[in-house]
Design a protein around this ligand. Structure first.
Ligand code: GTP
Ligand code: MG
Length: 137
């Protein structure tokens, strides 16, 4: 597929990195299909990350993801999911390659600045979680 889904997470919003991150994403050739500023409730954050509900960090992850505003977006580029995962870098910024978004902007393995879908199937599910038909171009 040529689409993926992303969120600029609360830490990056709080640290004033949203503009720089969107600039980097668009300069890498991703086109915006949908974009919004929003805030997840704890319930919605738990639903979004339901796959991790048995993990020891689930409660902290839900609290973190719902603590402040985020920017959600659907992005389009050839080979979007894999290409975007390369651009954001490893989950833990300590392990992320030089120049990746997480290496540059993330604070920690939890407060890691940005989300990227991990499969075409999840990209569709996650995009549909945030955006209806009329919110897409
Ligand atoms: P996403 O793009 O956000 O899905 O990150 P990912 O695919 O690189 O990592 P994963 O799906 O495994 O984990 C989801 C999110 O949970 C991460 O991005 C972190 O915010 C958080 N997380 C992952 N591992 C840990 C951990 O060991 N401790 C804590 N506190 N948070 C973690
Ligand atoms: Mg993931």
């Amino acid at each position: 597929s040529n689409r993926t889904f992303t969120m600029i997470k609360p830490d990056a919003m709080e640290n004033g990195h949203a503009g720089a991150i969107l600039d980097r994403i668009t300069k890498e050739g991703f086109k915006l299909v949908a974009l919004k500023l929003t805030q997840l409730s704890a319930e919605k954050a738990g639903e979004f990350y339901a796959i991790h509900k048995e993990r020891p960090f689930f409660g902290e992850l839900v609290a973190f993801m719902s603590r402040g505003p985020i920017i959600a977006a659907i992005l389009e580029k050839e080979n979007a999911v894999a290409s975007f995962r390369d651009l954001i870098g490893a989950t833990n910024p300590a392990n992320a390659a030089e120049g990746t978004i997480r290496k540059v902007f993330a604070e920690s393995i939890e407060a890691n600045a940005i989300h990227g879908s991990d499969s075409d199937e999840n990209a569709k599910i996650e995009g549909d979680f945030f955006f209806n038909h009329f919110e897409r171009v």
